[in-house]
Design a protein around this ligand. Structure first.
Ligand SMILES: O=C(O)C(=O)C[C@H](O)C(=O)CO
Ligand code: ZN
Length: 276
């Protein structure tokens, strides 16, 4: 398991490109036939990437969790960013098309991932957090969450945000999760930027052409840095960090949060003119 210890904002000025990428960027989530697991000490969130090929692959508890099953004390939100596939939870099969989201509650014992067609594998992205109780495992098809239209064409930030796991939708203990898709011709996400000191967040960029990149802004608003991010890479954003990006092409991203509260609109907004 890849372990990322927590970072203080006071460390940022001393970190070069490789150190920043090593702490905040998750580059190899999807490996054929494997489940990859990255543990962040920011709110003890775990990022999972599963890319089943010719046989199902299981979500197994890494030794560091000291748990019988991965979800013995955790919950997980899963979004399929690849071709269609199936997630099976204790014998119940859920079919996830591209962009669909499955919430799996605490206590599920056996979770496996399979692709519908081995030539075009599914790619399941999971965001897991500690959970105090069990909420029902629930599937949401792509686009069937709570939709918010954001931004404007003149500021190149028109985007459609879909909330899947949230306080007024699929219930969870901590995880808040959804997908945002940029409209053709728009490049900016989450600008004006924000932080939320009550929650960490992770973004997984997808549907970005292989030769395109997102310049992802991070850091405290007045001490910003950037990460150059490729398709299907994730960025860990501590609660003190802005998380915004501009692409060389349109793209989508899975955003997911955990921490003190589940209030999506509880944000500390940052004016564009305040950024440094
Ligand atoms: O496009 C956006 O703006 C977002 O998707 C914002 C994220 O949902 C977020 O950062 C929530 O805190
Ligand atoms: Zn946010």
């Amino acid at each position: 398991m890849d372990i990322r210890y927590a970072t203080s904002p006071t460390e940022i000025p001393s970190l070069g490109t490789d150190a920043l990428r090593g702490r905040f960027l998750v580059e190899d989530l999807f490996q054929p036939g494997e489940v990859s697991v990255t543990y962040s000490h920011h709110d003890r969130v775990v990022l999972v990437g599963a890319m089943p090929t010719d046989r199902p692959i299981g979500l197994v508890a890494p030794a560091e969790l000291r748990a019988e099953h991965f979800l013995s004390r955790r919950e997980i939100g899963i979004v399929n960013v690849g071709a269609s596939g199936t997630v099976t939870v204790d014998g119940a099969a859920y079919e996830l098309g591209h962009g669909a989201c499955l919430y799996v509650g605490r206590g599920a014992e056996h979770v496996t991932f399979a692709s519908s067609d081995t030539a075009t594998p599914a790619r399941f992205y999971g965001f897991s957090a500690p959970a105090h109780t069990t909420y029902p495992t629930t599937l949401v098809r792509a686009g069937e969450g709570n939709v918010r239209e954001l931004g404007e064409q003149r500021t190149s930030n028109r985007r459609t945000l879909n909330q899947y796991i949230h306080a007024d939708g699929v219930r969870s203990c901590q995880v808040v999760m959804g997908v945002t898709t940029l409209h053709e011709g728009s490049m900016w996400n989450t600008m004006p930027a924000h932080t939320h000191d009550r929650r960490m967040e992770a973004y997984l960029y997808f549907n970005l052409p292989e030769d395109a990149r997102v310049l992802h802004l991070m850091g405290e608003p007045t001490e910003s840095r950037h990460l150059v991010v490729a398709n299907e890479q994730a960025v860990i954003s501590p609660s003190w960090s802005v998380h915004s990006g501009v692409g060389t092409s349109a793209y989508s991203f899975v955003w997911a949060m955990a921490g003190e509260n589940q209030s999506f609109d509880d944000m500390d907004h940052v004016q564009v003119t305040e950024l440094r």
